[in-house]
Design a protein around this ligand. Structure first.
Ligand code: SIN
Length: 292
């Protein structure tokens, strides 16, 4: 028999996000995991406060939701625990200690939608936080779908978007050194990965609710539709999906473990870390299914 720990789940905004307090995830029971899972489905993003996780502890907690998925670019994977991606703006001996927002997140996205099987969910754990800047924003894609005009819903029914990894081929996700991409851009993006097609409207496999499943970081076109028609339609969807009422903007506190459902949300690294502030986060991602 497994007992539930007394922890609290409190909604943060009416649209998205809940704060979880009173739980040390290292001691989470089976029932706690089930309660967290239910809360994730209800709120799409969980901010679990006051955690102190080593990489193996974060990996073990994440594995409650399935096998982990690794980034194909190995540059910023933790050297001892490659299932952990290090995000950091610290520069050590002229070299970036981890991925900056430029590599991981400065255009709205859900994780790995360029792949045939995008990530089911991801977790970020805050190990160092700056005084100012470095927030992460999340938007609810159930609400984005539900609030589309009926004519748009009809128009996108049955359509598939083309998702690609290579930023160099995506005018909406252009990179420059100034934005912090201080690396060999060609080496980073020359890794060959097939593009993927995903329905623009998916059905969440657990809640059965419809989701607007596109994002400007990876979706660059619509299968079988000329760009003259497809690009304005994508622009309309991308503008709609980030209406302020769908968004929770998370200001990081030390020890936060933020867990989001990639199947029902998109997110953005907001940037703007004020020097000399350092933001260091560890990310783990869970493998997912083919969206349908
Ligand atoms: C990410 O896109 O996974 C990272 C978000 C962030 O750096 O705030």
């Amino acid at each position: 028999m497994s007992m539930t720990t007394e922890f609290s789940v409190r909604p943060i905004t009416p649209a998205i996000g809940a704060e979880v307090t009173g739980l040390d995830v290292r001691n989470a029971t089976k029932d706690d995991i089930a309660a967290l899972h239910r809360a994730l489905l209800d709120h799409c993003v969980l901010v679990i406060r006051d955690q102190h996780l080593s990489p193996p502890e974060q990996i073990a907690f994440t594995e409650n939701w399935g096998p982990l998925v690794r980034r194909i670019a190995t540059d910023f994977l933790h050297k001892d625990y490659p299932d952990v991606l290090v995000l950091s703006n610290r520069v050590v001996a002229g070299k970036a200690e981890g991925a900056t927002e430029a590599y991981a997140g400065f255009t709205w996205h859900a994780d790995l939608t360029y792949a045939e099987r995008p990530s089911m969910g991801s977790m970020l754990h805050a190990l160092e936080v700056p005084e100012e800047g470095g927030d992460t924003a999340f938007a609810n894609m159930y609400l984005a779908y539900e609030t589309l005009p009926e004519a748009t819903k009809k128009r996108i029914e049955g359509l598939q978007a083309i998702h690609i990894r290579d930023r160099r081929k995506n005018p909406r996700a252009k990179i420059t050194k100034k934005e912090g991409f201080n690396h060999d851009i060609d080496k980073y993006f020359d890794i060959k990965v097939p593009d993927s097609l995903h329905p623009i409207v998916t059905t969440h496999p657990e809640t059965g609710r419809k989701v607007l499943f596109v994002n400007p970081r990876f979706a660059v076109g619509i299968d079988g539709m000329d760009d003259a028609e497809a690009q304005p339609l994508l622009d309309e969807l991308f503008a709609h999906q980030i209406r302020p009422e769908f968004i929770y903007r998370h200001k990081w506190r030390l020890g936060d473990l933020v867990f989001w459902d990639n199947r029902s949300t998109i997110h953005l690294a907001c940037g703007g870390i004020k020097a000399p502030g350092i933001r260091r986060l560890h990310r783990t991602s869970i493998a997912g299914e083919i969206p349908a």
